[in-house]
Design a protein around this ligand. Structure first.
Ligand SMILES: Nc1ncnc2c1ncn2[C@@H]1O[C@H](COP(=O)(O)OP(=O)(O)O)[C@@H](O)[C@H]1O
Ligand SMILES: [Mg+2]
Length: 682
């Protein structure tokens, strides 16, 4: 016996025709709000009902490999060191908490042109339902490498141990779409295959009548033996009755389905534990599953059957039950495009945010909202750093002086308004003269505590004249004041403007601007800017930003940290609303950061900002604020509670079709830069 070689799996016969395969991307059902989840379930049900051919939905989960590189290099520049820091962090974090890439494939065995057309139509319908559908070559799916039987419950394939489990009954009680997470979410490499074949109602009814007769016979036999009623038999009888009624009423369609899971582990014991865990999870949902004992070859082939009917048993189910098998339950992706912000709080999957991904996001704007100390500035800084590494520029308006080290260390510039007094802002800077005149008038109004209609008219006339007179570059506020003093020497405005064209204020407001076309990273610090100067200064900055966005369109973040401080000023609110609405036209992204929910939901400008943000990152909020966010964004109760529970660095990522709880984690060198301002203060 001991010398007998274990049976070796024969190479599977090649499929009769090349199967059609698509990779399909959809929203994570677990994170959707209840009404959206229900809508998606119905849509999936309608898609199933529209099938005229059998299909296989195959979910593959593969461990994300640890990236190589990241070795410290003493001579490297900071940019390079940041890149190495990121790689090392990724490798270490993936080593400690493995993450899995999960992909859903639609596989159709299409032997003739009719079946191919039906398969293409099925893929198209998914596309129209807003799913990301891309053709996938068969060799990108796992293949059945030959394995050997080592025990009734395991196969050995190379260094790995493989075990399969068949789900023989879908969950028995009403379950939410997303229950498949119980299977797919196991921390293991696996293939989950859901084979679905539409079945004509008449033949389904015949099968159900036969099943009903079998139940009756079993009941009679039990009664003759004096046994008490078997609850499983009764549950089965009731399910058959319901299904027959629904089919008769044409409410649903009938399908045959087979659900098989193949798990891969490093040892036989681990494979056994995974299989037991899976069976227990399905039973926990009142479904039924069993290890594929003595049929491991067959069960594994069934998961990789590439659209062929499985050899394992098929169950009769209706649209209602099948549509809960929504297979998109985790957006685990290997590191690729997008800013790596941290991990998914529930699944541990890597969390990447690509604000410029036009397929997934309505626009590249983003709101970061959390209580003070919740980690907003840190998160905004990490987003900027990450995107910088893929060549996306940023301008950060920094009211609290928290981003200076970040900007300087990465080779960017930092303009500290009101600080060293080398910085200057010129209201006359800008392309379009009519817009310049509007900005100048608003700035003068902010400096003079408002302008009457006559004063406003005079400032406009003066500004126009200053523009006309200046031959060499734009004029300044000092030029305007000279004109106003000449023309209307005894008026209030020139007298008041004297203050703003001399001394410290004059150095900031009455000189040629030091804000030039920015490089990759520019910070504008307002911390040292006296409160009185802020309205004028922020107005000029906002006008400059708006001009920059239009003059030099490119993917670029305009980050407004503590935007609430800026929203206090009426003319500025107008500019921000305009920026929020129109920046997408110029490929840019407005990232506004605030601690007040009221800044988003309580005012017209706030609502424009929120309404034009393709993405929101919500940190901790309590009581009334959490209620307001829940109502405005249709969050589920669990998501509302998650917001209340958010600690520092924890956020709920809210996009068009996603609600992802994340924990922000930065690589060590990134972290040092992001909290450098704290060390400066200590
Ligand atoms: N994800 C995080 N990991 C580690 N430290 C963090 C994280 N988020 C924030 N911090 C630290 O917590 C403190 C408060 O964060 P900060 O971003 O300034 O909060 P906010 O801008 O919301 O007021 C800072 O010292 C920051 O460095
Ligand atoms: Mg902050």
């Amino acid at each position: 016996m001991a010398n007998r070689r274990p049976p070796v799996e024969r190479e599977p016969a090649p499929p009769a025709s090349v199967p059609l395969i698509w990779t399909v991307d959809g929203p994570d059902a677990v994170e959707l709000d209840p009404s959206e989840r229900e809508r998606r379930r119905r849509e999936f049900g309608a898609w199933l009902d529209s099938l005229v051919i059998p299909v296989q939905l195959l979910v593959t989960a593969r461990r994300i490999g640890t990236p190589s590189g990241g070795e410290a290099d003493a001579g490297a520049g900071l940019r390079e060191r940041l890149g190495q820091d990121r790689l090392r962090h990724l490798a270490e974090s993936l080593g400690r908490h493995p993450a899995y890439e999960r992909r859903v494939h639609l596989v159709v065995s299409a032997p003739d042109s009719g079946a191919r057309a039906a398969a293409e139509a099925a893929a198209d319908r998914l596309r129209h339902a807003g799913m990301g559908v891309e053709a996938c070559a068969p060799d990108r799916l796992p293949s059945v490498a030959a394995g050997t039987i080592e025990s009734p419950r395991h196969l050995r394939a190379g260094a790995a141990w493989v075990t399969s489990v068949r789900v023989t009954r879908l969950p028995g009680r009403p379950v939410e779409p997303g229950w498949l997470w119980e299977l797919v979410g196991l921390a293991a490499e696996q293939d989950v295959s859901l084979y679905v074949r539409p079945r004509p109602a008449s033949s389904a009814q015949r099968q159900l009548r036969r099943a009903e007769r079998a139940v009756r016979t079993a009941r009679l036999a039990g009664a003759e033996l004096g046994a008490a009623g078997d609850p499983r038999l009764e549950a089965g009888a009731s399910a058959i009755r319901v299904l027959r009624r629904r089919l008769a009423g044409d409410e649903v369609r009938a399908f045959e389905c087979g659900l098989t899971v193949t798990l891969t582990a490093a040892t036989a014991a681990e494979a056994g534990q995974l299989a037991d865990l899976l069976v227990a999870r399905v039973r926990g949902l009142l479904g039924e599953a069993r290890p594929a004992t003595f049929e491991q070859f067959q069960a594994r082939r069934d998961t990789l059957a590439l659209g062929q009917p499985p050899a394992g048993p098929l169950r009769l189910v209706d649209t209602e039950a099948l549509s809960t098998c929504w297979p998109w339950v985790d957006a685990g992706r290997p590191p690729g495009a997008g800013a790596l912000l941290g991990r998914h709080r529930r699944t541990g999957a890597l969390c990447q945010l690509d604000l410029f991904d036009v397929r997934r996001r309505a626009n590249a704007n983003c709101g970061i909202v959390a209580a003070s100390g919740g980690g907003k500035s840190y998160l905004a800084g990490l987003l900027v750093l990450e995107d910088l590494s893929r060549g996306i520029a940023s301008v950060i308006v920094d009211p609290e002086g928290e981003h200076e080290e970040l900007c300087r260390a990465t080779g960017g510039t930092y303009v500290n308004l009101g600080g060293s007094q080398t910085a200057a802002l010129n209201a006359f800077d800008g392309g379009d003269p009519e817009e310049v005149i509007v900005t100048v008038t608003q700035v003068v109004s902010a400096m003079c505590g408002g302008l009457g209609p006559l004063e406003q008219a005079r400032v406009e006339v003066g500004a126009r004249e200053a523009l006309a007179r200046s031959a060499d570059g734009p004029p300044t506020l000092a030029d305007l004041n000279r004109i106003l003093s000449e023309r209307w020497p005894d008026e209030r405005v020139p007298a008041l403007l004297d203050r703003w064209t001399q001394g410290g204020a004059g150095r900031l407001f009455a000189r040629r601007s030091t804000l030039t076309t920015p490089g990759e990273l520019t910070g504008i610090g307002l911390r040292d800017c006296p409160a009185e100067w802020l309205p004028g200064a922020t107005l000029i900055v906002a006008a400059w930003l708006w001009d920059l966005v239009r003059r030099d369109p490119q993917p670029r973040h305009i980050v407004l940290d503590e935007a609430g401080l800026l929203l206090e000023h009426a003319p500025l609110r107008g500019l921000l609303a305009q920026l929020a609405r129109r920046i997408r036209k110029y490929a840019g992204s407005l990232v506004f950061v605030t601690q007040n929910v009221g800044d988003l939901l309580g005012s017209t400008t706030g609502e424009i900002l929120a309404g034009n943000a393709g993405t929101l990152l919500l940190g901790s909020h309590h009581g009334h604020d959490a209620d307001r966010l829940q109502a405005a964004l249709s969050l589920s109760d669990a998501q509302r509670d998650a917001i209340e529970d958010c600690g520092r660095g924890e956020f709920l990522l809210v996009g068009a079709d996603e609600r992802t709880p994340i924990v922000v984690q930065a690589p060590p060198l990134h972290h040092l830069l992001l909290e450098a301002h704290q060390r400066r203060r200590r």
